[in-house]
Unconditional design. Structure first.
Length: 111
């Protein structure tokens, strides 16, 4: 499934009662909440001795995707374009070869 298919199918479940501004705020708050849940699962695995429940992690990452789709949909952004711009930035920054030195000494104007 590509992103456009996912976004189209996922946005069937978005609230039609929200205006654009409210939808953007809902997306940002939702993204932060779901990232927090992902973070908590990893934290509990690393520091509290919990097994990492990969099924639950996938579910939470799915929620992250839903809110990301809501944000891109709400702002009429093209996720394919976002991906391409990000890959170009990474290529420009690391020349397809990550290193700590390149990370430390990268051109901060590109951030």
């Amino acid at each position: 499934m590509d992103w456009k298919d996912y976004e189209r199918k996922a946005m069937v479940t978005k609230s039609s009662d929200l205006d654009k501004r409210e939808s953007v705020l809902n997306a940002i708050l939702g993204l932060n909440g779901e990232i927090g849940e992902v973070t908590d699962l990893i934290k509990k695995n690393f520091y509290h001795g919990h097994d990492l429940d990969l099924d639950l992690l996938e579910e939470e990452l799915g929620d992250v995707l839903w809110y990301l789709a809501l944000l891109t949909d709400s702002l009429d952004l093209d996720f394919d374009k976002i991906q391409k711009k990000n890959l170009q930035k990474l290529e420009d920054r690391y020349d397809n070869d990550f290193s700590y030195e390149k990370s430390i000494n990268r051109d901060k104007k590109q951030d």
